[in-house]
Ligand binder design. Structure first.
Ligand code: 4NP
Length: 148
């Protein structure tokens, strides 16, 4: 199972989710490959936001070495599940899909954990609520991995 997590900048939400899911799948002995990307190219090559690195570190997860990259069309071939952090990025991915096979792989991240809630993972970039976002991602990731 290969999972790609997608947000806007690939420096706040999706790298946190990547670290959380990688950590949990190791603890749960699951064979999951996980990566993350942004729909924008704004922060390509940058490490995650230092506020996110710190919150992850306090929870025993190291995301220090991740580097932001932009989503690319070949990701549709390389991943089984493409999970968008919010509805804007979800729509953006649907616009990029080449066919129904691509479209089938795209889901809203929170709907994977809580079907039908249609909830966004709030963007902590401006308000700094990284701890809250971490907890939201952590609980949802636990639910997602239990279902896989
Ligand atoms: P992310 O957060 O999509 O969770 O990585 C953001 C990062 C950067 C910006 C916006 C959101 N930005 O405007 O640069």
């Amino acid at each position: 199972m290969k999972i790609l997590l997608v947000c806007l900048g690939n420096i706040c939400r999706s790298p946190l989710a990547e670290g959380i899911i990688r950590n949990k799948s190791r603890l749960m002995n699951l064979d999951i490959k996980v990566d993350s990307a942004g729909t924008s190219d704004w922060h390509v090559g940058e490490p995650p936001d230092s506020r996110g690195i710190n919150v992850a570190f306090e929870n025993g997860i190291d995301i220090n070495n991740l580097k932001a990259r932009q989503f690319k069309i070949s990701d549709f071939d390389d991943f089984d599940l493409i999970l968008a952090m919010d509805k804007t990025n979800y729509s953006e991915l649907l616009n990029l899909a080449r066919n129904s096979n691509d479209t089938k792989k795209i889901k809203l991240f929170m709907n994977m954990a809580y079907p039908g809630v249609n909830m966004d993972v709030p963007d902590p970039y401006y308000d700094g609520r990284f701890q809250e976002v971490f907890e939201l991602l952590d609980e949802a990731s636990e639910k997602i991995l239990e279902k896989l």
